[in-house]
Design a protein around this ligand. Structure first.
Ligand code: 8YV
Length: 328
């Protein structure tokens, strides 16, 4: 009998057709976020699930989905999946690293530049009919060229953000919990510093750390207080890395100049006070949303899923111990 696969949201390109060649596939045709009870209903007889950041995969769900062998996530971040519980349950968890690196780095820069040059505010103004005369004081922003960029987390995406800074003649500082090879440091022309120094001296701070207990609220009242008043903070990582209420206080109180935000602490909720601030550029978790990358993410998630269902080692998975134990 063909394995059963459930696809929790819309996927791109010919992904569903490809899956159908090797599996019996059901797709959430409503394309709405499924509450846990519904997700459990769909997964209880499934061998594989193609999931997204909106699906909470926890121990209860994994216990109910007794036949599940693989959770193939569309996306690299897996903080919505209880990987330890999946490992205990013998379920392989895969993700899509690499394919969204450049697109996400492009977007971190999009937010950085939009926040620095007040593009969204200025657009709102121009559309509102308020542009009645040119004014030298209109939307005066901050230079980017020649400034200092602080990258928190120099993994794949952090490195791609650093590469783009070369054209802006920036000094690039980074802080990474683990040492970065000297070759990479040289190639990128970046300087390792403590987090505190990075926060104190950077004109732009871009976050590229995964959400872990030690990165939750990395930016908070104390760390915002260390920043320059002209500093601009960009977050394309995960919302809870920033204490959103502290961010509102920092933006309102002039502790920092602006923020560019793709992710939020309690998505899809956004701190109401943040929505009222002109110095925050706010977008709905779209950093990897390009046509090309959405197709690559779908393809990679399907490749990972099919590999497991065919008994092959998946190209990208986060709990290899499950695979090792299967083989013994
Ligand atoms: C995705 C992301 O859009 O890959 C990630 O970790 O945050 C985004 O690129 C989202 O997770 C899709 O599930």
């Amino acid at each position: 009998m063909a394995p059963r696969v459930y696809v929790t949201r819309h996927v791109f390109g010919d992904t569903v057709e490809r899956l159908k060649r090797d599996a019996e596939v059901r797709v959430n045709s409503s394309d709405r976020v499924l509450p846990k009870s519904e997700l459990i209903g769909h997964l209880k007889d499934a061998d594989g699930a193609l999931t997204m950041v909106t699906d909470v995969i926890d121990a209860e769900l994994l216990a109910a989905a007794a036949k599940l062998k693989v959770v193939a996530n569309f996306g690299v971040g897996i903080n919505h999946i209880d990987v330890a519980a999946a490992t205990r349950a013998g379920v392989i968890v895969t993700n899509t690293p690499g394919v969204l690196t450049e697109t996400t780095a492009d977007f971190a820069w999009t937010l950085l530049m939009a926040a620095a040059r007040r593009v969204v505010e200025a657009d709102r103004f121009a559309r509102s009919g308020k542009f009645t005369a040119w004014d030298p004081k209109l939307f005066v922003g901050h230079d980017i060229y020649g400034k200092t960029l602080g990258i928190v987390g120099l993994g794949r995406i952090g490195q791609a953000v650093a590469r783009r800074a070369a054209g802006f003649n920036m000094r690039i500082l980074f802080h990474n919990p683990r040492p970065i090879p000297e070759r990479v440091i040289k190639e990128l022309g970046v300087t390792p510093v403590s987090l505190e120094e990075l926060l104190r001296v950077s004109d732009f701070i871009s976050l590229h750390v995964p959400l872990l207990p030690e990165t939750k609220h990395l930016l908070n009242d104390r760390t915002f207080a260390l920043m320059k008043p002209a500093c601009i903070v960009v977050n394309t990582s995960r919302g809870p890395v920033v204490d959103e209420k502290a961010l509102v206080r920092a933006l309102k109180g002039g502790k920092i100049a602006a923020a560019g935000l793709d992710v939020f602490e309690r998505e899809p909720e956004i701190e109401p006070e943040l929505l009222e601030l002109d110095n925050a550029v706010i977008v709905p978790h779209i950093a990897s949303a390009s046509h090309e990358t959405r197709i690559r993410m779908s393809t990679m998630a399907a490749d990972n899923l099919l590999a497991v269902l065919k008994g092959n080692r998946p190209p990208h998975f986060v709990n290899p111990e499950v695979w090792d134990n299967r083989r013994r």
